[in-house]
Design a protein around this ligand. Sequence first.
Ligand code: ME8
Length: 524
Amino acid sequence: MSRFYVTTPIYYSNAPLHLGHAYCTIACDVLARWHRLRGDDTFFLTGLDEHGGNIEKIAKESGITPQEWCDRMAVQDLEFYRELKVSNDDFIRTTEERHRRCTDAFWRAARANKTPEGRDNIYLGEYEGWYCPKCEAYFVEEDLVEGNCPVHEVPVEKLKEESYFFRLSDYTGFLKDYLAANPDFVVPEQRKAEMLGLLREGLRDISISRTKVRWGFPVPDDPGHVIYVWFDAVINYLTALGYPDMTGPRWKYWEVVHHVVGKEILRFHALLWPAMLKAAGLPLPKKVVAHGWWTVDGKKMGKSMGNQVDPRDYARKYGLDAVRHYLLAEVSFGSDGDFSDKRFIERYNTDLANVLGNLAHRTIAMAHRYSQGKIAAPKGESRWEAFVKAEFPDRREAIEAVASGLGLSFTQAAFVTLADVGLGAPEFQGTLERIWRVLKDGNKYLDERAPWNQEPAEREETLGQVLVLLEAASWPLLAFMPESAGRLRERLGLPADRRAPLPDVFTVIQGDPLFPRIDTKKKA
Ligand code: ME8
């Protein structure tokens, strides 16, 4: 059985989560759900990053302890997850005891080993640099934008302190070689290019302890220092699997870990973290995927920007699946996208109401009007086979292999393959675009055949063909829009989330439109 492990970043506990966090979490949720549908042994992790000076400061300002602050935020954030129906298998908080044990063991393992150049991985030194309290990270002069943090555009402070360092500079050559030997390790390509650029410049050692901040884990054997929040944060991905115990039931997932992160924290995941893992003698992740930013009027949506969108407002109004679809269909995963009410509604109406919703609704309605909801499944191969072969000629062999391997029809196998290839990249927008290309052909077919004018036998053939298409498409859509695709499958008279052999005769069930059109005129 194949395995799959996917992680989101652990989000800072300093402020409520917003659409940007939902975006990355939903993308991971789609991947996890798809792998579960494939029958893979899947593990999906998300959680909260609760340490660091920022949290210490905000708790102090609120007159409570950092732990109390984190506990309050965790309740809110878990509610956010519950409402977005995220299917994570574990939820990690970095203040947990399991994480302290794991971080301590990891530090000791890295400290005990040497770099590829044969030097100590961790050493004591003095750090001076431009520190952004919001990033919890130091920047060098050249990184600053008009003297401000390049991410948050807030003033940075010049700080100097005794600090432990991780000798990242000694890993530049190792990482260059690793990225060259593993071309899919960092995706997409445009984001990998940024990492290669950093490697060409050469990596600098990174400060991994603080003496000014108290809110964090003490450095092993030197409690005057607290471990830098980023060093402890990335280790969470191991904590959830039970590290340092590498004999536990979850350890098997480590070799298939996929990290999905925003582009601004890619360097921590694609450069620092692999070097840290190598230092601790552990295998590197399978893949690191970077996504772009949601902006509002061109400005990054952010906790400190005051322009956050709460995805729950949209989910309550238009349905959670409409939010999931919009986020993943609207922009290519590595690129930025501007969030707007107008685009949300346009995409909903074109993709969901007009294409998928309309195809399902009118087919099921006609099946009832003309045949009491009973439609024989067409014999032989469906008419979509030729369309798929013409549209995706380079996928033909893969589809045939999936069909024979899984005992599926060509049409079913086509959608499985489109999802497998697309989500393997992962490339959400492209996957949805390809699925929609076939669904649009479904509507075109229905219009051309005009079953309302056909003789009963021909009409049954037409409607049967569309039902076959809807069944095949609904399978990968269970990952993207679990509730609506499940409801569609039930309307087709099929189990919502189990692939049973297709019936000889579909018994379809009528209901309200899956995606009622949003009337923009009425809204105005
Ligand atoms: O960086 N558009 O936490 P964080 C898209 N704790 N995605 C966005 C976004 C936006 N406008 N805003 C946030 C941290 N995100 C660290 C991570 S991991 C070991 C530690 C998403 O709360 C995106 O995935 O600032 C981004 O990388 C993440 O939230 C940052 O969350």
